[in-house]
Design a protein around this ligand. Structure first.
Ligand code: GDP
Ligand code: IMO
Ligand code: MG
Length: 430
């Protein structure tokens, strides 16, 4: 195996929206290939430069770097309609995107029945709902695991086969829609007309991306792995059942791209300077008060994909230490540090307690997590605007102390500090 040093993995250490998109865009300049390995258009990754902001859901956040090849790996679930809309929206700013974008023939696809079934299921759950993005992600992964009605990207290369399969799948789905949910059926012919056209348009981008990536590793190309969601939303290691349906930790990169984990040189874990969560599920450091509102407003914490207000709370280093160990991180990127400016107090959570007793480990039991209360440590707040800082020494003493304390608790060096949404608003540390 060629040197692994050039290969980097970016992973969110909490419940998503850690500003992975910004970090991927930044580091894409130092890599040849950017690959998404999990999730689908439930992700909303933001990239900002040159006074403009771009929101990405499926196309890897390296698209604006002309020298990179962008790969959508086999672990991603692809909604072809969303993919094509996104390419069309951004190709003026992303030169030759259609020639630089490869979509895995192994990636599973999202169809109208997936989002319909998800909406019906969430509605039926009522208060017990997961609070998903309603993009059909869970049902598409369920079909993948179930195999019978799953459709992979590669099947668009055989339209006649796919037309017949869509007829069969819609017929089976309509049974459930009409008989169980009392909902109107889907029209297979109409679905096929629409999706056959998407198939035509995506066909030139469909490739055996596993073979491509393995070849790229062998040729010494530098690969950047772009995780979607975050470790605490991982289907196996997250706060189940309030998680997404894919491997959203670094563990997903191997199956999701085909590149063996040992080819990855560096794992960079991304955290916000505070913690947020969208959707339902336990969140021990959540601030359900005016402070939480202040953080939400200062950080513009509204979902990139669904526009929902994000729940905001203190930085949860107890959860992050768990994620850091689970992902085997080498370094940390702290983002949105500027947002903490001017808070009347500043705290980080260093441990959880249940009935006054500290927990030794991040709980595996959702009922315990629900009862966990954060043990908080006070740090000194700052009032200065830090968004123009470009070196660590430009930061006020208090902000530097915050970063150093986080390093100390998590046990990994902070190599990147983001002080604003723009590409330029970044501090790199050796
Ligand atoms: P992702 O899903 O992890 O890529 O993160 P999102 O794009 O969903 O959310 C991050 C949000 O924070 C976006 O609106 C970014 O433009 C914005 N952002 C990124 N870095 C910074 C930063 O350092 N400071 C501020 N104020 N905003 C940032
Ligand atoms: P990025 O990549 C934040 C959350 C949803 C919901 C749960 C399950 O932008 O960080 P799903 O539609 O995946 O079945 O929803 O996961 N969720 C995210 N939260 N950022 C994301 O992606 C998310 N993707 C899914 O809000 O709670
Ligand atoms: Mg996001």
């Amino acid at each position: 195996m060629k040197s692994r040093e050039g290969n980097t993995l970016i992973v969110g250490l909490t419940w998503g929206d850690e500003a992975k998109g910004k970090i991927v865009d930044l580091l894409a300049a130092e890599h040849d290939v950017v690959v998404r390995y999990n999730g689908g258009n439930n992700a909303g990754h933001t990239v900002a430069f040159g006074g403009r902001t771009y929101k990405l859901h499926l196309v890897p956040s390296g698209l604006f770097r002309e020298g990179t090849t962008c790969v959508i790996g086999g672990g991603v679930v692809v909604d072809p309609k969303v993919l094509l809309e996104e390419i069309a929206r951004h190709e003026a700013q992303a030169p030759r995107l259609r020639q630089r974008l490869l979509v895995s023939s192994r990636a599973h696809t999202i169809w109208p029945w997936h989002s319909k079934i998800e909406a019906l299921s969430e509605k039926h759950q009522g208060k017990g709902k997961i609070g998903t993005t309603l993009r059909g992600i869970g049902p598409a992964y369920a079909d993948k695991a179930n195999r019978v009605h799953a459709i992979r990207m590669g099947e668009f290369l055989r339209p006649e086969h796919l037309r017949r399969k869509v007829e069969r799948v819609v017929e089976a789905r309509n049974e459930a829609f009409t008989k169980i949910y009392g909902d109107p059926p889907l029209d297979a012919a109409a679905v096929w007309r629409e999706y056959a056209a998407y198939g035509e348009a995506v066909r030139p981008m469909i490739a055996d991306t596993t073979a491509y990536l393995l070849g790229a590793v062998e040729r010494g190309k530098r690969i950047l792995f772009e995780g979607a969601q975050g470790t605490l939303l991982d289907i196996d290691h997250g706060t189940y059942p309030y998680v997404t349906s894919s491997s959203a930790s670094a563990a997903g990169a191997w199956p999701g791209s085909g590149v063996p984990a040992r080819a990855i040189g560096q794992v960079l874990g991304v955290v916000k300077a505070y913690t947020t969560r969208v959707g339902e599920g336990p969140f021990p450091t959540e601030l359900k008060d005016a402070l939480g509102d202040q953080i939400r407003e200062q950080g513009h914490e509204y979902g990139t994909t669904t526009g929902r207000p994000r729940r905001c709370g203190w930085l949860d280093t107890f959860a992050i230490r768990y994620s850091a160990r689970l992902n085997g991180i080498d370094a940390i990127a702290i983002t949105l540090l500027d947002v903490l400016r001017g808070l009347p107090q500043l705290k980080v959570c260093t441990a959880y307690a249940v009935d006054g007793k500290p927990l030794a480990e991040f709980p595996d039991d959702p009922a315990v997590l629900e009862q966990a209360r954060p043990v908080l440590e006070d740090l000194e707040p700052w009032t200065e605007d830090i968004s123009a800082a470009r070196k660590f020494t430009d930061l006020p003493r208090t902000a530097r102390a915050y970063v150093k304390r986080v390093e100390e608790i998590i046990g990994a060096p902070v190599r990147v500090i983001s002080v604003g949404p723009d590409r330029e608003q970044t501090i790199r540390r050796p």
